[in-house]
Design a binder for this molecule. Structure first.
Ligand SMILES: Cc1cc2nc3c(=O)[nH]c(=O)nc-3n(C[C@H](O)[C@H](O)[C@H](O)COP(=O)(O)OP(=O)(O)OC[C@H]3O[C@@H](n4cnc5c(N)ncnc54)[C@H](O)[C@@H]3O)c2cc1C
Length: 152
């Protein structure tokens, strides 16, 4: 089996790590010159929003052997409305910085990947299909898949 992954985002990298754990070393082609989006933005992962998984980071580690370190833990949430104020405390989730910053999730995953990554790729699905037995599209854009003519 000769597998190639289009895209070294979160999905492509996690896919590569998972394939490696199952004895397959894919090749990854990434359109950009490095991993990570060009613009920096913040995201929060609140456990309360992720049920039935209480702690997504721990779940990935225990169930899939994939290790991610978010920017920081959220231990206090202050909620304000016009008439009321509330504070929630405890292990509430994580905040994380995305984009080309130090220790971004994609870099952490890249370090856990043994598969070769080729940057600045302009290879198309058709080109890759002529060279590999399996092509995984992890380009982050559903339209790419919708527009692709897959062989029957
Ligand atoms: C502004 C913003 C805020 C967000 N906030 C959150 C949030 O708070 N929480 C959350 O869970 N999610 C959030 N998301 C969504 C999150 O970013 C995506 O769900 C996640 O990045 C998807 O990962 P992916 O690997 O599928 O796609 P992507 O991260 O888009 O990775 C796709 C990769 O494929 C590459 N690629 C594209 N075309 C090709 C090609 N033809 N050949 C080779 N490589 C190619 C791209 O360069 C990219 O590196 C946010 C997204 C945006 C834009």
């Amino acid at each position: 089996m000769n597998v190639v992954i289009m895209g070294a985002g979160l999905s492509g990298l996690v896919c590569a790590i998972t394939l490696e754990k199952n004895g397959i070393t894919p090749t990854i082609f990434e359109k950009r010159d490095q991993t990570g989006d060009r613009f920096v933005n913040g995201e929060i992962m609140l456990d309360i929003l992720n049920r039935p998984v209480e702690d997504g980071i721990a779940h990935l580690a225990v169930e899939y052997g994939i290790y991610l370190k978010p920017t920081s833990a959220i231990q206090k949430l202050k909620l304000y409305s016009k008439n009321e104020k509330a504070v929630i405390e405890g292990h509430l989730g994580f905040s994380n910085i995305r984009g080309r910053v130090q220790n971004l999730f994609e870099s952490q995953l890249e370090q856990q990947t043994k598969s070769p990554i080729y940057f600045n790729s302009n290879k198309t699905y058709a080109q890759l299909l002529s060279e590999y037995t399996h092509v995984i599209m992890a380009t982050g854009d559903g339209d790419d898949v919708a527009e692709t003519k897959f062989p029957k």
